[in-house]
Design a binder for this molecule. Structure first.
Ligand code: SF4
Ligand code: SF4
Length: 342
């Protein structure tokens, strides 16, 4: 059924990036050959008691691994692995599976598998960025008030995605020391969006270069262009915790209203660095998922009063980057917020 305009959930306390920037990946998983691998897949288990395991099957960023590929064989296999982990590696914690409203079939499968099991709970959620951030996710599912930056394991909660469940099962239960990781690579700088099978430790240069369009300048980001990290050193090896690579073609101009250009991810690829003005449009205020007024941080910063930013609940910022993304004046709000925090 076609969605009416009023059904569209964009940009009020979050943003439906998946709807605004749908990304399709090539169906074939392509291996990256690297013979000199020093690292093996590692997921350390927490030393503290785990009371809840939250499985996030509701990714909110379009550049992350699609569930259809992450759940390697079937929901049944995921269930088996999850139950093995909770009983063999932990003291039988409750498990909470969060599923996207885009994947109702998966929800039906999970409900059927769940049966009367009281150890597993399922939740259907809209994939609004950044509602799968640990701070928001744990508040929603468990009613916890996790401060930004605190590891959820310290409060007895392990948050995993489907690939992490499979990785922990293979590494800690099957004893497979040489697992690979599936890495989605996408963006305007690429010939094609792909899923790569990569051994952790493989240099980023080897992963990125063969896939970039010819004769362009580009920038690459680990874990997304909104709040991930720009790659500065392509000789560094891929880390086992990396979830995605986004490669964007570099432009020498800023794009106003980038969120209205639905076919391109243009919003972080400019290096102009000129000073722009705040338009007092309130877009950043509307979109902030934790009810902050990001423009206030900008004004404190530009007036040289970074300390004053703390008066406006700066510590509640979860660094999702949505304010920078939505700002029509393209002010680097997240960067300013990080500077105010430091
Ligand atoms: S102020 Fe922080 S939490 Fe709010 S939109 Fe900006 S980065 Fe996200
Ligand atoms: S979105 Fe940008 S221009 Fe609009 S109020 Fe916020 S900082 Fe100012």
């Amino acid at each position: 059924m076609k969605k009416s305009k009023s059904d569209k959930k964009v940009y009020k306390k979050g943003f439906n990036l998946i709807e605004a920037y749908p990304i399709t990946f090539s169906k074939k998983v392509e291996p990256v050959i690297y013979d000199d691998t020093a690292e093996t897949f590692k997921i350390p288990l927490p030393n503290t008691k785990v009371e809840h395991i939250v499985i996030n099957l509701c990714p909110t960023e379009p550049w992350t691994l699609p569930n259809s590929i992450a759940i390697e064989n079937s929901a049944q296999e995921l269930f088996f692995q999850l139950n093995s982990i909770r009983t063999q590696l932990f003291d039988g914690p409750h498990c909470h599976v969060v599923i996207s409203t885009n994947e109702r079939e998966l929800m039906r499968e999970v409900e059927a598998l769940k049966g009367n099991g009281d150890w597993i709970h399922s939740y259907l959620r809209d994939p609004i960025y950044p509602h799968d951030d640990p701070v928001l996710l744990l508040n929603d599912i468990l009613g916890l008030d996790l401060p930004f930056g605190q590891d959820s394991v310290e409060v007895g909660v392990l948050i995993l995605d489907a690939q992490a469940v499979s990785g922990i099962f293979k590494y800690h239960i099957e004893g497979n020391k040489h697992s690979t990781r599936l890495i989605p690579i996408s963006g305007t700088g690429l010939v094609e969006n792909k899923i790569l099978k990569v051994t952790p430790g493989t240099p980023l240069r080897l992963i990125v270069e063969g896939n970039v369009k010819e004769d362009i300048d580009y920038r690459a980001f680990l874990d997304g262009p909104l709040n991930g990290y720009e790659v500065k050193d392509f000789s560094q090896g891929l880390n086992w915790s990396t979830k995605s690579i986004v490669v964007l073609e570099e432009k020498d101009y800023k794009t106003p209203f980038p969120y209205m250009q639905l076919d391109k991810l243009l919003f972080t690829t400019n290096l102009m660095g000129e000073v722009r003005r705040c338009l007092y449009c309130n877009h950043c205020d509307d979109i902030c998922p934790v009810d902050l007024e990001p423009a206030l941080f900008w004004h404190c910063h530009t007036r040289g009063e970074r300390e004053r930013a703390r008066l406006y609940r700066l510590e509640k910022c979860i660094e999702c980057g949505l304010c920078s993304f939505i700002c029509p004046s393209k002010l680097e709000l997240l960067q300013v917020i990080k500077e105010c925090k430091s």
